[in-house]
Ligand binder design. Sequence first.
Ligand SMILES: [Zn+2]
Length: 111
Amino acid sequence: MEFNIIPDEEAMSKCAWCHNHISDDMEVFGAGAKLKPDVDLSEYESHCIQIGLVSEEKPIYMMVTAQGSEAKKDGKDCMFLFCSEECGRKLKNVLEKEISLGKMFGTVKFE
Ligand SMILES: [Zn+2]
């Protein structure tokens, strides 16, 4: 699988779903996902990538967690940040579809 890496300074402050800027004083929401065992994103570790989904045309932003990080130990292979509960709902919707249709995600957990 090949993905575009989004420059860190841009990706760290953008909503995975609507790509709006998330400023420091906003409440940030997050979700973690586990990849299917045969999906290897190790070359993208600790980067944010843009992924295409099976059921949605809009590309979404996803952080690939690094080996040894807290998130990784917590079972999250990748993470999504989003700016509002509304974006979270939409993201959850497409990710759940993605789990049933796609080849990438095993499980997804919203906090
Ligand atoms: Zn958003």
